[in-house]
Design a protein around this ligand. Sequence first.
Ligand SMILES: *[C@@H]1O[C@H](CO)[C@@H](O)[C@H](O)[C@H]1NC(C)=O
Ligand SMILES: *[C@@H]1O[C@H](CO)[C@@H](O)[C@H](O)[C@H]1NC(C)=O
Ligand SMILES: *[C@@H]1O[C@H](CO)[C@@H](O)[C@H](O)[C@H]1NC(C)=O
Ligand SMILES: *[C@@H]1O[C@H](CO)[C@@H](O)[C@H](O)[C@H]1NC(C)=O
Ligand SMILES: *[C@@H]1O[C@H](CO)[C@@H](O)[C@H](O)[C@H]1NC(C)=O
Length: 294
Amino acid sequence: PSIPAGPASKCLWMVLLLGIIRTIESVNCPKECTCQYLVVNCTGKQLSEFPSELPLDTRQLILAHNKLSYLPAVELNFLSDLIYLDCSGNTLGEDLDFTFVSIIKLVYLDLSFNNLTQVTFDTFSQLGSLVVLKLSDNPSLMEIEKDSFANNTWLRHLDVSRCSLLFIDTSTVRDLPNLRSLGLSGNPWFCNCSFMELCDWIKESGVTIPDPDNVTCYSPAFVHGFRMLEEAQEQLQLKCYIHFDDHDYLFLGLVGFCIFSAGTVLAWILGVCAHVYLEMSSTKETGLRLFNTS
Ligand SMILES: *[C@@H]1O[C@H](CO)[C@@H](O)[C@H](O)[C@H]1NC(C)=O
Ligand SMILES: *[C@@H]1O[C@H](CO)[C@@H](O)[C@H](O)[C@H]1NC(C)=O
Ligand SMILES: *[C@@H]1O[C@H](CO)[C@@H](O)[C@H](O)[C@H]1NC(C)=O
Ligand SMILES: *[C@@H]1O[C@H](CO)[C@@H](O)[C@H](O)[C@H]1NC(C)=O
Ligand SMILES: *[C@@H]1O[C@H](CO)[C@@H](O)[C@H](O)[C@H]1NC(C)=O
């Protein structure tokens, strides 16, 4: 009896094909990482260098919890189909400007728990599809330049919590039409009147602020430790909207003096008038009396 040849040979072909795919995959997968369906996962492998030989069609690259201190722009930008990049928990600190130049399909970028120091327009300007950007827990991050996200108009979730930021210009976030959530907690905010503007915008726009109780002012002293969206806003409202500076005090002093002087002069004039009137009427009375008696 003959074994049916069709299904058996099909099986054989399948096995061969799978074998070939596996071989290609293993050739193209960095040995420290696991590669599966366009996802390369290198989590927690003590990598101090960006992995080489990444499959060029990688969509999702996870480099979390390693020891990367820089990202090589050339190698990274070969991955032109990359949509998701997680570099959290490394020591990326060097200037990241012009690092993300041709991975323009990137939607998700996690740079939290690193050592970033500043963000400028050139850091993310080419990432026009970015929806999620996590910059939280970068204790050395002290500055986000005005309009750093001007070209990231799809941005929906932005997190800069637990950095060392003193200030963020309102226009930097106000001009993001799709922003829904903005992490600001755990920064030493400098709450001057420009900051007040940010508070007002947050309330108007309805953007969600996660962990709002930890969004506090560090300076100036009169609002130190105040929660930004409640107590600090009240204090600032008093200072910024009904505020008197030295010129105002001088002006008020002058106005006060004028009112006082005018009052005094008026009182004097009234006094004189009253006196004159009384004199006149008494003269009249005396005259009448004289007239009557005569
Ligand atoms: C990546 O690998 C780590 C551990 O090796 C695992 O915990 C994590 O779930 C993986 N992530 C994905 C998206 O596969
Ligand atoms: C983080 O950056 C600061 C200043 O650039 C540097 O002094 C520090 O050593 C860095 N820390 C790590 C863990 O790389
Ligand atoms: C803004 O992003 C677009 C792609 O979304 C890019 O072509 C353009 O060069 C960017 N602008 C600047 C000034 O980088
Ligand atoms: C608030 O402080 C920031 C940063 O120091 C500064 O750029 C801004 O002009 C200040 N705003 C006002 C109204 O003083
Ligand atoms: C606020 O921050 C402190 C420490 O910085 C943390 O323990 C606490 O859980 C935070 N509050 C919320 C509501 O997350």
